[in-house]
Design a protein. Structure first.
Length: 416
């Protein structure tokens, strides 16, 4: 089976590791670990209810074309987590607790070479090069798994619009909600105080709704290790999602079809109009205020043969408050291109991010940035992958005034 598609749909089953930026908080298997089973101790701990996760991802990028000059940059992320099975440890049925810490370091080619792109060419960079508490949540199931409830510090994209992070260009990595409106929807490694309720529908899929605290202080670099509560929150983010999880060909061809929407109760500035309805760039007056920010999305994945899977992602945000108002991406992953390398895969994706024509009017034409990426995944051993890639960005920043960008990239990732 090429892809594993469930309510989270974060990882390819054939991958030696979970997605680089979004490790999945589930029990891992001994054959996935680069350093093995610790002479059986790790499996024994997991069987007792303590399952560790350790991961690393690094991304290199160089631009032979585009930007102010050719530069080379490297960014990386370390991840350490543990899942506590509370049934085995404390006798609490169908309950678990997850703690995950992440640390990011390095530099970013998109900024340092002034590529002018809307989406980063090294997705692992960003949100402050610091250590963060990424997971700190309790999950409980009721009625034999019919109802699934989670509460604590949770990244939005861990449950809503969840998508693998196999590609290095951010256009194709992770939840596109945070890629499009990242000023208030925060992807991994940012977590927020939140709760999520999910109803699993036998033979169909699921329906879920969440409530997340909205506060720009989550983006800071101070007080990010302990599960503190930040003051002066601006509102609540309320996403909803319905997922259809078909199993075609008697389960041989799984699919995942998610449709969702969100509403943020916070007040937000208009992208171009002042308090009198005139362009604020011309008048210098404060921006017009709107109550609420919203949008909708879809995330489709389908395995169409033993080796080939396809995906389509699209997200649309309201034009009153969003500088970039929609993003669309599509692609494919083919596993076992060469008979001698049955676990390797190749991926190809194309996508676009659009600049809202209302934003900063009348100077902004409302153009689109177009991105493409081709990668090959080499797995030299269990728990390790090496993924060289080629990226091309047309009209970086959504304007023809910026030179097209060419990037040679290399993603490496390991699960220890």
């Amino acid at each position: 089976m090429l892809i594993a598609l469930d309510g989270s749909s974060l990882a390819h089953a054939g991958d030696a590791i979970p997605p680089a930026s979004q490790p999945k908080a589930v029990a891992s298997e001994p054959e996935q670990w680069l350093f093995g089973d610790w002479n059986g101790a790790r499996t024994d701990l997991r069987d007792r209810g303590i399952d560790f996760q350790f991961g690393y991802v690094g991304e290199f990028a160089v631009n032979p074309g585009g930007g102010i000059e050719t530069k080379a940059r490297y960014a990386d992320q370390y991840t350490a987590g543990v899942t506590f099975d509370l049934d085995r440890l404390l006798g609490v049925p169908d309950a678990k607790f997850q703690v995950t810490l992440t640390q990011r370091t390095g530099r970013n080619l998109s900024d340092d070479a002034l590529l002018g792109t809307l989406q980063q060419v090294q997705e692992v960079f960003g949100r402050g090069q610091t250590i963060r508490l990424t997971d700190f949540w309790y999950e409980q199931q009721f009625a034999n798994g019919l109802i699934d409830w989670k509460i604590g510090r949770i990244p939005v994209n861990e449950d809503f619009a969840a998508f693998p992070c196999d590609f290095q260009n951010l256009t194709f990595c992770g939840s596109d909600l945070g890629n499009l409106v990242g000023n208030y929807i925060f992807n991994w490694p940012i977590s927020q105080w939140a709760t999520r309720a999910k109803i699993n529908i036998n033979g169909f899929g699921y329906f879920q709704v969440g409530v997340y605290d909205v506060n720009p202080k989550y983006l800071g670099v101070d007080d990010q290790v302990l599960p503190v509560f930040f003051s002066n929150s601006t509102g609540a983010l309320i996403p909803v999602e319905i997922g259809w999880l078909p199993q075609f060909a008697n389960g041989a061809l799984p699919g995942s079809y998610k449709v969702g929407a969100w509403y943020d109760t916070s007040s937000a500035d208009d992208v171009s109009r002042d308090i009198n309805g005139d362009p604020f760039e011309l008048t210098g007056l404060p921006a017009q205020q709107h109550r609420g920010r919203y949008g909708a999305y879809l995330t489709f994945q389908q395995q169409v043969s033993e080796n080939l899977s396809l995906f389509l992602n699209a997200v649309f945000a309201d034009k009153r408050t969003s500088v970039t108002d929609h993003q669309v991406a599509a692609g494919l992953v083919y596993k076992g291109l060469f008979d001698s390398r049955p676990e390797d895969d190749i991926g190809l994706a194309v996508g676009t991010t659009h600049v809202n024509s209302r934003a900063f009017a009348p100077n902004n034409p409302g153009g689109s940035e177009y991105a493409a990426e081709l990668y090959y995944t080499y797995r030299p051993t269990n728990g390790l992958l090496v993924r060289p890639n080629l990226q091309y960005i047309h009209h970086p920043g959504g304007t023809s005034e910026n030179d097209d960008v060419y990037v040679f990239g290399l993603k490496t990732a390991a699960t220890f």
